[in-house]
Design a binder for this molecule. Structure first.
Ligand code: CDM
Ligand code: ATP
Length: 287
């Protein structure tokens, strides 16, 4: 049995460029994985099929879990697949804009490819991952990157400073499809700079076309943003489709001090996490 960490992500910017005929949207985003993890135990068994146990939260039953779907998709590539047992320990808030489900799916794909020696090239794995969700290719690639298309065309960054994030969720789960469904305004793509040396250079990029639509569905996001500003945060943005906000900080000390100054309302969720740079996509859990 092996245990892996599946990291969350933030979107440092998210520009919605247009809506496609199939309802998906063309995007230009800057994404980074962060040090907030689900834990996934994966064991090959003598049986057949995929067995999933979920610890921590209630997730959709009946084979809808992205970790389970990823395992099935990978096993479908084999002529004589073994059984797989997965135990998922959720730590990343669900439906929070932090990409937890997509990251779980990518981790299961990468782990099973490795454990079963499946001869699938990275491009083929990315194509499989895209069938599970638009964010999955980003997690399969792992590095901070610009994401184009519907999120699947990736351009890794060449340099990023060590950023820290204060994450605040006002206790609201938001459906990604519902938030995209409220988008009425499109923006143009920003300049895709590939090298950053200081956190302050990133602060200038912060923009999310999903923030106003998400706030319309969950007004508590504005209260959470006000709390971050009142605690002294300058660079605050909604991650993905929300409802988690992040404050961008240039050191761990600055992030922890900001978190300590926050006045939290009941039911709010708070965490501090570092931005991941040069960390492999597949992350075994520390012994
Ligand atoms: C908001 C982000 O997390 C930002 O990284 C992603 O764009 C969403 O990625 P995701 O959750 O992996 O997305 P999917 O599971 O493929 O799609 C969920 C729903 O979001 C909407 N969706 C998603 C991606 C995209 N480029 N355009 C969309 O309109 C669609 O309504 C879709 O039915
Ligand atoms: N392994 C999983 N972890 C979390 N959610 C899952 C998982 N499998 C299925 N889901 C379902 O997927 C939906 C989105 O969950 P997730 O936590 O990935 O949202 P998110 O962080 O907002 O995603 P994104 O930022 O990619 O839009 C939820 O409705 C949840 O019930």
């Amino acid at each position: 049995m092996a245990i892996y960490r599946a990291a969350a992500k933030v979107n440092l910017c998210l520009h919605v460029l247009s809506r496609q005929a199939d309802g998906y949207h063309q995007l230009c985003m800057l994404m980074q994985r962060i040090g907030l993890y689900d834990l996934i135990e994966i064991e090959l068994t003598a049986g057949s099929g995929v067995e999933l146990e979920c610890a921590g939260v209630v997730l959709p039953p009946g084979g809808c879990n992205l970790a389970e779907r990823a395992a099935r998709l990978l096993l479908d590539q084999l002529s004589d697949p073994p059984g797989v047992r997965i135990v998922l320990h959720k730590r990343i808030p669900v439906a929070a804009g932090l990409g937890g489900g997509s990251s779980d799916a990518a981790t299961v794909l990468l782990a099973l490819r490795q454990q079963l020696n499946v001869p699938l090239a990275q491009e083929q794995l990315m194509a499989l991952g895209l069938r599970l969700g638009a964010d999955v290719p980003f997690f399969l690639q792992g590095q901070p990157a610009w994401a184009l298309g519907i999120g699947e065309r990736l351009q890794p960054l060449r340099g990023l400073p060590n950023c820290w994030y204060v994450l605040l969720n006002p206790g609201v789960a938001l459906s990604t499809a519902q938030v995209y469904g409220q988008v009425r305004h499109y923006s143009t793509a920003p300049m895709r700079r590939l090298h950053f040396t200081r956190t302050a250079e990133l602060a200038g990029l912060l923009h999310n076309d999903l923030q106003l639509p998400a706030q319309g569905l969950a007004p508590a996001i504005e209260q959470a943003a006000a709390a971050l500003h009142a605690a002294g945060a300058e660079a605050v943005l909604l991650s993905g489709s929300g409802a988690t906000l992040f404050a961008l900080c240039d050191s761990e000390v600055a992030a922890r001090q900001l978190a300590a100054r926050l006045a939290l309302a009941p039911g709010w969720w708070l965490a501090v996490a570092e931005g991941l740079v040069d960390v492999p996509a597949l992350l075994p859990a520390p012994a």
